[in-house]
Ligand binder design. Structure first.
Ligand code: LRH
Ligand code: MN
Ligand code: MN
Length: 399
């Protein structure tokens, strides 16, 4: 294990801790993955789609029941707004899951056409800050730790607005908000390089998110959404850097081919997921003492949603298992000897190991089905919800 880079930085590798194991893995599901979604061309409805947040939680509980991997569900406000959040928490508890991160939403209201927390209009900023204060009040009732903020703020044309003044406005808004974040809570800032703004985005990259959160204080951290980078970006480097700096708060896992595709994590590039998880394990982001939240942020446009989420958590588990297999001693020895191909070989050996039989055994030891997908599909749940959930409006991305 290497020594910390400077006395101020948290120790890399955290040598005195129990090493992470597969039992440490817990993945948070997004409530919105269970609603209908699509593209700007069409939303494809599917039978049995939840009509309420309670039904979204029931579907999420199925994923946990068959995999043992997904004990919490993230909410999006106002999509999941209810009158009684303490009641919603009890409902989740009865289903065997907990409520997790609360996501704010300033990307759909008319008021925020030209920006929200980064707007230069003080009245608009007031509305945006108040929405986040409401989210904090909800978190007190749901028992959630994290307030996650993703901003659609940006401009479409050079000269449209003063991009530097908007950074100052954003810093001001975040500072007001952060002052209300409780001792046990965190403010998590998510970045995204473009879309819906096409020319400039106010929080486009990890560096900007890092600069903004470090100005706030210790309980402000960064969310890395794997779909929010330009093609070819070395995401595992960003993971290593943010962990080294102690500011990696959470992941939004998904897959991309072209842009913010929100496909099943590990579907487009399993090797990238492996490389990311190697850095997570290396940097102490899994296991005792870690407060990195591993979340999914996905939409299932054409496939069934509950099996889509089951596939997703199993993909994360599979690549985590391979990352845990990495022979770090052999790797360190090869690296120290500048044995380029030897080190690469050790790395690839872990990636190419088929862990599926071992994972099936791991599940059976814990009273879970060896094949969660097959067991779920055989349970008849999909047919049951298709029959039961007729009438009312199906929830969708944005409802
Ligand atoms: C933005 C984003 C963000 C939102 C979610 C619905 O693209 O990734 O995390 O909250 O999608
Ligand atoms: Mn996201
Ligand atoms: Mn996204």
């Amino acid at each position: 294990m290497t020594a910390p880079a400077s006395p101020d930085l948290p120790a890399a590798g955290l040598p005195d801790r129990r090493p992470a194991t597969l039992d440490d893995l817990a993945i948070e599901l997004p409530s919105w993955a269970f609603g209908n979604s699509g593209t700007r061309f069409r939303v494809w409805p599917s039978p049995g789609t939840p009509r309420t947040v309670q039904e979204k939680l029931a579907d999420a509980a199925q994923v946990h029941r068959y995999t043992g991997l997904a004990p919490t569900v993230a909410l999006h406000i106002p999509w999941d707004a209810v009158e009684d959040y303490a009641g919603l928490r009890r409902h989740a508890d009865d289903l065997g899951v907990g409520l997790g991160t609360v996501n704010s939403n300033t990307f759909q209201a008319e008021t925020f056409k030209f920006g929200s927390l980064a707007s230069r209009d003080a009245a608009v900023r007031r509305v945006a800050v108040d929405h986040h204060l409401e989210c904090l009040a909800i978190m007190a009732e749901t028992g959630s730790r994290d307030l996650k903020i993703w901003l659609a703020d940006g401009t479409n044309y050079p000269g449209q607005d003063d991009i530097r003044a908007r950074q100052d406005a954003l810093a001001e808004s975040l500072a007001e908000l952060y002052a209300q974040v409780g001792d046990d809570q965190r403010l998590v800032l998510e970045y995204k390089f473009f879309e819906p703004a096409f020319y400039h985005t106010d929080v486009p990259d990890w560096g900007t998110a890092y600069a903004q959160v470090t100005a706030l204080g210790e309980r402000a951290v960064v969310c890395l959404d794997t779909g929010h980078h330009a093609p070819g970006t070395n995401i595992e480097f960003i993971v290593a850097q943010l962990l080294r700096l102690g500011r990696l708060g959470s992941f939004d896992f998904n897959s991309r081919f072209y842009a913010d595709d929100d496909l099943i994590v590990g579907a487009a590039d399993p090797f990238q997921l492996f490389r990311i998880l190697v850095e997570v394990v290396r940097g102490g982001g899994l296991g005792p003492g870690s407060d990195v939240a591993l979340m999914l942020d996905q939409c299932h446009n054409v496939e069934d949603k509950v099996p889509g989420q089951i596939r997703s958590v199993l993909n994360v588990q599979e690549m985590t298992a391979r990352a845990l297999l990495l022979d770090r001693e052999a790797l360190a020895a090869a690296q120290a000897a500048n044995d380029v191909l030897g080190a690469h070989g050790v790395f690839m050996d872990a990636f190419y190991t088929d862990v599926r039989p071992a994972l099936a055994a791991w599940r059976e030891e814990r009273g879970l089905p060896a094949d969660p997908m097959a067991a779920f599909l055989a349970s008849g749940y999909l047919a049951r919800i298709a029959e039961d959930r007729v009438g009312g409006t199906q929830a969708g991305w944005g409802a």
